[in-house]
Design a protein around this ligand. Structure first.
Ligand SMILES: Cc1cc2nc3c(=O)[nH]c(=O)nc-3n(C[C@H](O)[C@H](O)[C@H](O)COP(=O)(O)OP(=O)(O)OC[C@H]3O[C@@H](n4cnc5c(N)ncnc54)[C@H](O)[C@@H]3O)c2cc1C
Ligand code: HEM
Length: 365
C-alpha cells in the first residue's frame, strides 16, 4: 500500500517536497533553522530519505541498529522528539495534496503506522546515546597538496573515540552552515586526539570546495559520531592489499598507521592511483613508511599522465597485473566508479567477497 500510494505522487516529487517543507515550516517556523540555507540544492534530501526508509524498512526489527544509529545521528541536526510528529504529519499532507482524488484514508493510516514505528526507534536510539550530539574541533594545520586537494588536522575540544578506518560527518559552520558531509579519518587514534582529513574539492561541491580552498588554521568545524566498519581484523593472519583512488587514501592511511603499531607478520601491499602525479598528494609520506617498514610495499599508478614513471592505467587494472591474490584481505576506498571497477576486477580474480571491505565516496552507479 505504501508503494502504491507513493506511485500516485512520485512524478511530482519536487512539488511534493516543496509542499512538505512549506507545511512543516508554517506549523513550526523554528524548524527552518535546522535545514541548510540553500534549500533549492538540497530540497528533497529529507523527503526522499523518509520515503525510502518507510518503503524499504518494512521489517523495523531487522533494521533496528540502523534506525537507532540514524536517530543518534539526527541529534547533530538538533532534532528533538517532538519534531517527529510535525514531520510525519507534513509528509502525509503533502502526498495527499498531490495525489488528488485517488488518495484514500487507508493510505493515511499505512503511512502514519509505518512512520511511527520508524520514528520510535530513531527516538529511542537518540535517547540512549551518551555521546554529545557533535564535537567542536579547531583546525590546527591546513596544507594544499594539489590544486584540488587539502590535508588538514583538527583538534576536538572533547575526547572523540573512533576506530582506524572509520569516517564521520563534518560541518563547516563558518562557510556552509548546516551542510554535513562524511569524511574518512586519515590517522589511527592518537594520544593527542587530533584527526587528519584528506579532502578533494569536487567541482562546485559545496562543502569540499570550502574545506580545500577557504578553511584556515583557527577555524572551527563540527564533527559527529564516527561510523563505518572498514576496520582491521586483528585476528586475521592473511596478508593485506589496500587499494586507494585519490583521497580514498585517507582511511587506508588510518589502517596503515594502525598496522605500524603492531604488525610484524603480515605483508601489506598498497596500490594508490590518481589521474596525474600531482594528485598522488601523499606519496612522500607513503614512501617514507615503505622505507621504514619492511612488510610494506607501495605501487602507484596514473591514468592520465603518460610520462609518469610508475604504472599506467586505472588502479583497478593495475592490481590485476600483480598478485597472485589467493589468500589476502582487501580494503578498497575511493570514488564510486573506482570502487565499482575494483570490485569487478577482484570478482574476476575470484577473490571471495567476504575478504573485501570497501568505502565508496559516491554512488557506485
Ligand atoms: C563513507 C564516505 C567517506 C568519504 N570520505 C571522503 C574523504 O575522506 N575525502 C573526500 O574528499 N571525500 C570523501 N567523501 C565524499 C564526501 O562525503 C562528499 O560527498 C564530497 O566531499 C562532495 O561534497 P560537496 O558538498 O563538496 O559536494 P555536493 O555539494 O554534495 O555536490 C556538488 C556537485 O558536485 C557534483 N559531484 C558530487 N560528487 C561528485 C563526484 N564524485 N565527481 C564529480 N562530481 C561530483 C554533484 O553532482 C553536485 O553537482 C566520503 C564519502 C563517503 C560516503
Ligand atoms: C522517520 C523519520 C526520519 C527518517 C527516516 C529520516 C532520515 C533521514 C536521512 C536518511 C537523512 C540524510 C542523512 C544525511 O544525508 O546525512 C536525513 C537528513 C535530515 N533529517 Fe531526517 N529523518 C527522519 C525524521 C526527521 C525529523 C523529524 C527531522 C526534524 C526536523 C529531521 C531532520 C533532518 C535534517 C535537518 C536533515 C538534513 C537535511 C539536509 O541536509 O538537507 N529528520 N534524514
Amino acid at each position: 500500500m505504501l508503494k502504491e500510494s507513493w506511485s500516485l505522487v512520485e512524478e511530482h516529487q519536487d512539488k511534493v517536497a516543496g509542499y512538505f517543507y512549506a507545511r512543516m515550516f508554517l506549523s513550526r517556523p523554528d524548524l527552518r533553522d535546522l535545514f541548510p540555507v540553500h534549500m533549492d540544492v538540497q530540497r528533497s534530501r529529507l523527503l526522499s530519505a523518509i520515503v525510502t526508509a518507510v518503503q524499504t524498512l518494512e521489517d523495523p526489527e531487522k533494521f533496528d541498529d540502523y534506525l537507532r544509529g540514524l536517530g543518534r545521528d539526527h541529534r547533530k541536526f538538533h532534532v528533538e522528539p517532538d519534531h517527529y510528529e510535525v514531520v510525519g504529519g507534513a509528509l502525509i499532507e503533502a502526498m495527499r495534496a498531490y495525489a488528488g482524488e485517488q488518495w484514500g484514508v487507508e493510505y493515511d493510516q499505512a503511512w502514519a503506522d509505518a512512520y511511527a514505528v520508524i520514528a520510535a526507534r530513531m527516538m529511542a536510539g537518540a535517547e540512549a546515546d551518551t555521546n554529545p550530539p557533535y564535537w567542536y574541533a579547531e583546525v590546527v594545520s591546513h596544507e594544499r597538496r594539489a590544486k584540488d586537494i587539502a590535508v588538514f588536522t583538527v583538534q576536538p575540544m572533547q575526547q572523540l573515540e573512533f576506530r582506524a578506518g572509520q569516517y564521520l560527518s563534518l560541518e563547516c559552520p563558518k562557510f556552509q552552515p548546516r551542510l554535513w558531509r562524511t569524511y574518512s579519518v586519515a590517522n589511527a587514534p592518537r594520544r593527542d586526539n587530533t584527526l587528519e582529513f584528506h579532502v578533494r574539492a569536487l567541482g562546485a561541491g559545496w562543502v569540499s570546495s570550502s574545506l580545500v580552498r577557504r578553511l584556515q588554521v583557527g577555524d572551527m568545524v563540527k564533527l559527529a559520531a564516527p561510523m563505518g566498519t572498514m576496520n582491521l581484523d586483528r585476528r586475521s593472519t592473511r596478508d593485506a592489499v589496500f587499494i586507494a583512488g585519490g583521497t580514498g587514501l585517507a582511511p587506508i592511511k588510518s589502517l596503515l598507521e594502525e598496522l605500524t603499531r603492531y604488525n610484524r607478520t603480515r605483508w601489506v601491499h598498497v596500490f594508490f592511483g590518481a589521474r596525474n602525479r600531482e594528485d598522488l598528494y601523499d606519496l612522500a609520506d607513503l614512501n617514507r613508511l615503505a622505507a621504514r617498514y619492511p612488510w610494506l610495499s607501495v605501487v602507484t599508478a596514473c591514468s592520465d599522465d603518460p610520462t609518469f614513471p610508475g604504472e599506467q592505467g586505472n588502479i583497478s587494472e593495475v592490481v590485476a597485473r600483480y598478485g597472485p591474490w589467493n589468500d589476502h584481505d582487501f580494503f578498497v576506498s575511493g570514488s564510486g566508479p573506482m570502487v565499482k571497477a575494483t570490485l569487478k576486477t577482484l570478482a574476476e580474480l575470484q577473490v571471495p567477497s567476504i575478504r573485501i571491505r570497501y568505502d565508496s565516496f559516491s554512488e557506485m552507479g
